[in-house]
Design a protein around this ligand. Structure first.
Ligand code: THU
Length: 134
């Protein structure tokens, strides 16, 4: 247990990861404005590109619960340094983050922590504004 319930939830769901190909289990948890916490783990596939990241799983769980605004995120893996979300997951997090200041806490199983905001993780992000010519 830590003093951060999001990290604790991410750590617990990480145990359920299906990662026989990379042997790299990841857990993610996010809190919405309502205070609810949704969690996800990476789910790999023998057809490697079909695997999904922990962050994507947590976002899917949030949407399935009818919620669409991320207030805070935590990601954990058994890595030497805190693991940052992949490029695709940064865009996915940006889609649902309540604003660019939403905190993403990256943690290792050894207790190391790094905190960055969604804007710091994805500067110059593509948004709907880029599709409006006039
Ligand atoms: N992975 C995640 O689930 N989240 C991350 O932030 C980084 C990478 C997963 C994808 C794959 O199942 C495994 O970690 C190795 O890349």
């Amino acid at each position: 247990m830590t003093d951060n319930p999001l990290i604790d939830t991410a750590k617990a769901v990480r145990e359920n990861a299906h990662a026989p190909y990379s042997n790299f289990k990841v857990g993610a948890a996010l809190r919405t404005a309502s205070g609810a916490i949704h969690a996800g783990c990476n789910v790999e596939n023998v057809a490697y590109p079909e695997g999904t990241c922990a962050e994507a799983g947590a976002i899917a769980a949030m949407a399935a619960a009818g919620e669409y605004g991320i207030a805070e995120v935590a990601v954990i893996a058994d890595s030497p340094a805190p693991v940052p979300p992949c490029g695709g997951c940064r865009q996915k997090l940006k889609e649902f983050a309540m604003d660019g200041d939403v905190k993403v806490t990256m943690a290792t199983m050894d207790g190391a922590i790094k905190v960055m905001t969604v804007s710091e993780l994805l500067p110059g992000a593509f948004s709907a504004d880029h599709m409006e010519k006039d």
